[in-house]
Design a protein around this ligand. Structure first.
Ligand SMILES: NC(=O)c1ccc[n+]([C@@H]2O[C@H](COP(=O)([O-])OP(=O)(O)OC[C@H]3O[C@@H](n4cnc5c(N)ncnc54)[C@H](O)[C@@H]3O)[C@@H](O)[C@H]2O)c1
Length: 426
């Protein structure tokens, strides 16, 4: 069968992850063209996916001028660019895999939705968690009626210290003003989507949210802290500070593709001397975490009431010691409890013999590493996208634009509620 001809728009980390899955791991895709203003990224896709030099563009207008050259676009641009990099390609009839968050407001969301509809395009959002075998199994059990009616869903995401720093305190999602996304939208539009997807028999009616920026603020910097760790922060302060750059970026850099992006080089090519020099001078990751100018919330709780009376609550926090995502679903006939990071969950049923409960474990532990990022979600998403493009029936996880809208609207309403300290109706 013919491979899917994909065009990469924004050839950064995410787009290349999906291309890697589609081209090299699944063998269902080829990359026929690429757009990115960064020559380093274009060189990477030429080398890695064999894109011809004449099909690499620094401005999307040059590619659009050629007309439709592939079957679909993988849009991996940053949050703020999703609208302007999606509409023209949808207007040319490209199907699209679009990174989340789709956009940050209802008007633009509806514009994308309407444009895809008007041009008959299949548009899938990268809600990768729906495809992780862990969450997919939970969805299947709900559809099989194992839980009865859903009464309440409780989820949380605890963002670990390193990830918090590299993405949300010093990184490119630290400021809603700059990046366009709130903390909830950037980090947990997945989780809010899960609440709506798992409870798909109904719709959200009202939301209330508490939270704010209260802990990672200049006033809470350690006493005597400087402005850049390696420049003016005393050793005795750095020794006690969990955000000190030495251990975080130089000794144990867990997500190395983020902090060295600003050097303009592939992270594998940046020398230790260049890293240190960048942290001392221009690298935003070298700044004191408490004084890095972030404006997103550092903790937030979202409480949702659905039309059928069921409820849900999601909590998200920065700076956690042990990172993780947990879930507890209470149903009228059963309950589920698990943590995706641990790789297993329990299904519990009432036991009439003992008046307590029976418990069954569903273990995905041994599949966590094998199946790609996001607990297997990345590969599952790309596989589903390729199959849908070939005309297959959508899977239970299908993240079409139609059923990704509700979760986004709920995020916008939750943020409005947090900022205005009042419940918001949907
Ligand atoms: N699904 C997930 O779980 C998940 C995880 C991380 C990030 N994301 C989302 O994925 C998106 C991309 O994140 P990333 O970390 O890969 O970003 P990135 O910075 O690595 O990649 C973005 C690329 O877009 C390029 N670019 C800039 N302007 C452009 C333009 N006008 N046209 C085309 N390309 C342009 C940049 O040069 C860069 O190479 C973001 O929206 C982010 O929120 C999703």
């Amino acid at each position: 069968m013919a491979t899917l001809k994909a065009v990469l728009v924004g050839c950064g980390d995410r787009a290349c992850v999906y291309a890697e899955e589609g081209v090299h791991n699944l063998g269902l895709m080829e990359v026929v063209a690429a757009v990115d203003p960064d020559e380093v990224r274009l060189a990477y896709v030429r080398e890695h996916f064999g894109v011809k030099k004449e099909m690499c563009f620094r401005d999307q207008r040059e590619l659009l001028a050629l007309g439709k050259v592939g079957d679909c676009v993988i849009n991996g641009t940053m949050d703020k660019l999703h609208l302007e990099t999606s509409l023209p390609f949808l207007e040319q009839g490209y199907d699209m895999l679009l990174e989340k968050p789709i956009v940050n407001n209802k008007a633009d969301l509806m514009k994308i939705y309407e444009t895809a509809k008007a041009h008959g395009c299949k548009l899938m959002t990268c809600h990768v968690l729906r495809y992780a075998p862990f969450y997919r199994k939970i969805k299947e059990l709900i559809l099989e009626g194992e839980l009865g009616e859903i009464v309440n869903i409780r989820t949380d995401e605890r963002v670990g210290v390193f990830h918090s720093s590299v993405s949300y305190i010093r990184g490119k999602w630290k400021s809603e003003k700059e990046c366009g996304s709130s903390f909830l939208l950037a980090k947990c539009c997945h989780d809010i989507d899960l609440l709506c997807w798992l409870n798909a028999g109904t719709e959200p009616k009202q939301v209330f949210s508490y939270g704010g920026r209260d802990f990672i603020v200049p006033e809470k910097a350690p006493k005597g802290a400087g402005t850049r760790c390696l420049v003016d922060c005393p050793q005795e302060v750095r020794r006690e500070c969990i955000y000190d750059v030495q251990s975080m970026y130089l000794d144990n850099c867990l997500l190395p593709w983020y902090p060295w992006q600003c050097t303009g080089k592939n992270y594998t090519d940046v020398t230790m001397e260049e890293k240190i020099e960048s942290l001392k001078t221009y690298n935003p990751h070298g700044v004191c975490a408490y004084k890095a100018g972030g404006d997103i919330a550092d903790h937030q709780n979202v409480l949702v009431k659905f039309k059928n009376g069921s409820t849900a609550v999601h909590s998200l926090m920065l700076g956690c010691m042990k990172a993780g995502r947990s879930i507890f679903i209470t149903g009228t006939r059963g309950e589920i409890e698990g943590d995706v990071e641990n790789g297993y969950f329990y299904l519990r049923k009432y036991d009439k013999k003992t008046s307590t409960y029976t418990e069954r474990q569903f273990d995905f532990h041994d599949r966590q590493g094998e199946t790609g990022g996001h607990f297997g979600g990345d590969r599952g998403l790309v596989l589903d996208f390729c199959e849908i493009m070939r005309g297959a029936e959508p899977s239970v996880s299908y993240t079409s634009i139609e059923n990704s809208v509700t979760g986004h609207l709920l995020v916008y309403a939750a943020d409005e509620s947090m900022k205005e300290a009042r419940p918001v109706d949907l």
